[in-house]
Design a protein around this ligand. Structure first.
Ligand SMILES: Nc1ncnc2c1ncn2[C@@H]1O[C@H](COP(=O)(O)OP(=O)(O)O)[C@@H](O)[C@H]1O
Ligand SMILES: [Mg+2]
Length: 341
């Protein structure tokens, strides 16, 4: 990578204090100060409920969406400082796979054309070289070369996702952003595609920003996990540690509400009370305070900063001191406080 003197050179993607809003008069605060890093060869999962800002974060991280504020570095380059043409060429290093392979693959194009497209855009390869590369990446993704001249409509959902992944890895990217890439697939097909992602990571060293709302998927593939709530990352850390000992009440609630019959939840299944606040309000204090059983006045007044301890981050005033140890922080049965609304 660019600078061997730079101790952070292993960071492939660095996102710092990213903000994205939509609309002018009626603003939606989709992404509200998000920071994270994806290191070379790792999988970072971005998890959260629908509308929490995962897709917008991913798009802004590749400057497919222009952030209002914040900084993105891809392979050490600040994307705000690279010119449009260079930004295009940076994209060969970071490709995307989307949820729905039915709509993301042009039905009028052959598999050859679909997978070849990024090579046409980003490389100076000859026609023969491109063809060779297309056959190679399809092979890596378990799609026989005999299918080259077929159309997406002739394939099942799982096969289409293999084709979409082949297209994404054609330019040999260091990073693939997968946005709900297995969410539309049946369980058995989903596992095959997750295995393919892992297999490609082992063989090619690809890093993934893996967006999903499925905690089972996170547990299966992610080295680290970032939990998003209402445009912010509330907790981030190694997956096994976060799942074993969540620090943020929202993470706890998510894990407890998980429909997983193999997990002993001690007979108490705590579900998340109330509705997520509307991202058209810029909430004062902690965005989760209105649904948090532990919230104290401070939570409704001051937005908690993300604190990092031993590679784990959490944005909670009560971090590590939940329940009994905090005066007045007993679970209240969670009446949504309505504070700040
Ligand atoms: N292009 C857009 N225009 C207006 N609002 C948008 C747009 N894209 C996303 N939003 C809003 O931003 C918020 C975050 O959306 P999104 O990033 O898609 O969340 P997620 O991927 O976690 O479901 C939502 O309130 C959504 O309605
Ligand atoms: Mg989304």
């Amino acid at each position: 990578m660019s600078d061997p003197q730079n101790p952070r050179a292993a960071a492939l993607l660095e996102v710092e204090d990213l903000h994205v809003t939509f609309g002018r008069k009626h603003k939606t605060y989709a992404v509200n100060g998000v920071s994270f890093t994806v290191n070379a060869g790792e999988t970072l999962a971005l998890v959260g409920e629908s509308g929490s800002g995962k897709s917008t974060t991913a798009r802004a991280a590749l400057h497919l969406e222009t952030p209002d504020r914040g900084r993105v570095r891809l392979m050490g380059r600040d994307l705000a400082e690279v010119r449009t043409r260079e930004l295009r060429s940076m994209r060969r290093h970071a490709q995307m796979v989307f949820q729905d392979p039915y709509s993301s693959l042009d039905p009028s194009m052959t598999i050859m054309r679909i997978v070849e497209e990024p090579l046409r855009v980003h490389t100076a390869m000859s026609r023969d070289e491109r063809r060779e590369r297309v056959v190679e990446v399809l092979g890596l993704c378990g799609v026989p070369a005999a299918h080259l001249h077929r159309f997406p409509g002739e394939f099942s959902g799982g096969q289409r996702q293999r084709i979409a992944i082949a297209r994404a890895i054609a330019t040999n990217p260091e990073l693939v952003v997968a946005d709900e890439a297995v969410s539309a697939l049946d369980v058995s097909i989903r596992n095959q595609i997750l295995n393919l992602f892992e297999d490609l990571q082992r063989k090619l060293g690809i890093a993934y920003l893996f967006i999903t709302h499925d905690l089972g998927v996170v547990e299966q593939v992610a080295h680290r996990v970032a939990i998003m709530y209402l445009g912010r990352i509330v907790e981030l850390g190694p997956t096994a540690e976060v799942f074993a000992e969540p620090r943020h009440p929202y993470t706890r609630a998510l894990l407890d509400a998980r429909p997983d019959l193999t997990r002993d939840v001690g007979g108490v299944r705590q579900t998340i009370q109330g509705d997520p606040p509307d991202p058209t309000d810029l909430v004062q204090g902690c965005a989760f305070a209105g649904r948090c059983p532990y919230a104290v006045d401070l939570c409704r007044e001051v937005t908690p900063a993300s604190i990092e301890i031993d590679g784990r981050e959490s944005a909670c005033h009560l971090d590590g001191r939940l329940v009994a140890e905090v005066p007045g922080a007993e679970p209240s049965g969670a009446e949504p406080s309505g504070a700040g609304r």
